[in-house]
Design a binder for this molecule. Structure first.
Ligand SMILES: N[C@@H](CCC(=O)N[C@@H](CS)C(=O)NCC(=O)O)C(=O)O
Length: 255
């Protein structure tokens, strides 16, 4: 079998999606940790893999794949193991609807809040000159804008308020969806669950005002079910630091 090599950061958001899909399918892979906070993703060695300088990226043999959701679909189709898409056309459509919703509308809001409260402050120890030099190496103009805002605390009040509005609304929508069926988009665990879990698994500690057994019983039941999956636990055990610590703290509640 051709070797699979995954370039990823922590099991979180976009990096976590292909990690979790590979582990669910039982596909062995070589893990290349990219330290996003040290800007490994903008070093020439990684730009040779993905010239956009974003993670994740995956090699399957000599084939290189980018875009986290598209990689998950590839993983599901290219390898044996449990199917991560149902066979019913309407279920497949719902799953794709939810993944698009997360990737285009809700995910960027989670990301903005995370960059404002965690990613930016993690680089506060670097001098302004060092930060400017890091920004200058970023290939995508839109990522330069995001990094500048994070590093120099320049996110505007209006855009932060809009992200918070989207998160509150998104949580309500997921709660309603999970009142209709066992998982997101269908009655079987699928790529939509992997996609959405990667951005919502921290809600119990990050947004307890939005997510609790009382406020969102369906979402709570789903989080507990997904946290308990062996592949999910194996994936988060591959992480380091704050993300895995938080995962383990919440897992403690769900055990
Ligand atoms: N649409 C891309 C987005 C990739 C992306 O922006 N990843 C973030 C990490 S979650 C990243 O690489 N950030 C580092 C940077 O922008 O320098 C995907 O889904 O793979």
């Amino acid at each position: 079998m051709a070797e699979v090599k995954l370039y990823h950061w922590e099991p979180n958001a976009n990096s976590g999606k292909p990690m979790l899909a590979l582990v669910e399918k039982g596909v062995p892979f070589a893990s290349h940790y990219i330290n996003m906070l040290e800007f490994d993703q903008h070093q020439p060695e990684y730009l040779a893999v993905n010239p956009q300088g974003t993670i994740p990226a995956m090699f399957h043999g000599t084939r290189i794949l980018t875009e986290s959701t598209a990689i998950m679909e590839y993983v599901d189709e290219a390898f044996d193991g449990p199917a991560l898409m149902p066979s019913d056309a309407r279920d497949r459509w719902r799953i794709r609807w939810w993944m698009k919703f997360m990737d285009q509308w809700l995910g960027p809001s989670f990301s903005m809040i995370g960059w404002c409260t965690f990613v930016g402050p993690s680089l506060a120890h670097k001098s302004p000159e060092e930060r400017e030099a890091m920004i200058a190496r970023i290939p995508l103009p839109e990522r330069r804008v995001a990094w500048r805002k994070a590093m120099f605390a320049e996110f505007g009040e209006e855009e932060l308020a809009e992200s918070k509005r989207r998160i509150a609304l998104g949580v309500r929508m997921i709660e309603e969806e999970l009142g209709k069926r066992a998982y997101i988009g269908s009655n079987q665990y699928s790529l939509a669950d992997i996609n959405i879990f990667n951005s919502t698994y921290m809600l119990p500690v990050g947004n307890p005002e939005l997510t609790s057994p009382e406020l969102t019983p369906n979402l709570w039941r789903w989080l507990k079910t997904v946290y308990r999956r062996p592949a999910v636990q194996r994936t988060w055990a591959m992480g380091s630091g704050r993300f895995t610590d938080r995962f383990n703290a919440i897992m403690g509640e769900f055990a």
